[in-house]
Design a protein around this ligand. Structure first.
Ligand code: CA2
Length: 156
């Protein structure tokens, strides 16, 4: 994880979970053609435009994601998270997000509610400030915009 230079409003942690390293290589009809690198770039540009720095992390390992969320306490002011399939299975990620008490926005590139039933439930949504689904990779920019507004109130 290499953070962009510290910005006046603090750092946003941009987390992508399992298999999202494959973005742009397969299933373009579901996830589009943007790569993980494209996603991290557009989220970073949006964060910097709003006066934040950005730290991007992708991992296929649940514990690594839990560790990154814990580390955000004290180093980040907000979290954007696409936890991939762990969204639908992970009490550990939910507990980590709740524990750090940072505003977090859950993102899904696809509209999970148009897909299989098992994707309709999220363990994370109840502990997130907002949920953005089905907006494609633009959802990451929307998530930064939500954190911009939420944190503007907190930082005023
Ligand atoms: O729509 C999303 O962003 C998801 O979080 C993506 C997850 C899926 O398990 C969630 O239900 C919804 C899967 C990410 C897999 O990404 C791939 C990308 C290209 C090729 C294969 C997998």
């Amino acid at each position: 994880m290499t953070p962009t230079p510290a910005a006046s409003r603090g750092t946003l942690l941009i987390i992508n979970g399992p298999n999202l390293n494959l973005l742009g290589t397969r299933e373009p009809e579901i996830y589009g053609r943007a790569t993980l690198s494209d996603v991290e770039h557009l989220a970073t540009v949006a964060a910097e435009a709003a006066g934040f720095g950005a730290m991007c992390l992708q991992s296929n390992h649940e514990g690594a994601l839990v560790d990154a969320i814990h580390a955000a306490r004290g180093s980040a002011v907000g979290i954007v998270i696409n936890a991939g399939a762990y969204t639908h299975t992970s009490v550990a990620l939910r507990d980590a997000i709740a524990a750090v008490e940072l505003p977090a926005v859950e993102v899904h590139i696809s509209n999970v509610h148009q897909r299989e039933e098992f994707r309709h439930h999220s363990y994370l949504s109840p502990v997130c400030t907002a949920v953005i689904v089905g907006a494609g990779v633009h959802g990451y920019e929307l998530a930064v915009s939500v954190l911009d507004k939420v944190l503007a109130l907190a930082q005023a």
